[in-house]
Design a binder for this molecule. Structure first.
Ligand SMILES: [Zn+2]
Length: 136
């Protein structure tokens, strides 16, 4: 990876595996301008999970799920971190299901609601209110 400021070659100064989100954190330094920045290596789920939308499979975009979870958790002070962790939990549950790699949006919403129910009752209620298919 090149420097984000000057485009020169960089070296990795420090690297750590983060268990909670299964990402690799790296501190990089530019060999030329000496600027320091951080990168995260994560799995690209768009090639691993698919969502059935209007009858055709589309790549799963975890940012969309994250945005929905963030909206549900918006009242929390730690909403970004909590939503990121909840999204990671939902994704790991999807990856363990026998239906993978293809899911319907309703299946994803159901798993999301289950995870939120255990983590945050208020977020769960807000999430189900936004997803009419979950109201039984
Ligand atoms: Zn540089």
């Amino acid at each position: 990876m090149v420097c984000i400021y000057c485009g020169s070659e960089t070296k990795v100064g420090n690297s750590r595996w983060q268990k909670r989100n299964n990402q690799v954190w790296r501190r990089r330094q530019c060999k030329k301008c000496k600027a320091v920045f951080t990168t995260h290596e994560a799995v690209d789920l768009s090639s691993t999970l698919l969502v059935q939308v209007n009858g055709s499979p589309r790549p799963f975009v975890s940012d969309i799920l994250f945005t929905e979870i963030l909206l549900a958790m918006q009242d929390r002070k730690d909403c970004y971190l909590a939503a990121r962790e909840a999204t990671a939990t939902i994704v790991s549950k999807l990856l363990k299901l026998p239906g993978k790699p293809l899911f319907s949006t309703t299946q994803i919403s159901l798993i999301s609601a289950d995870v939120l129910k255990k983590l945050d009752k208020r977020a769960y209620l807000r999430f189900t209110a936004e997803h009419p298919s979950l109201q039984r």
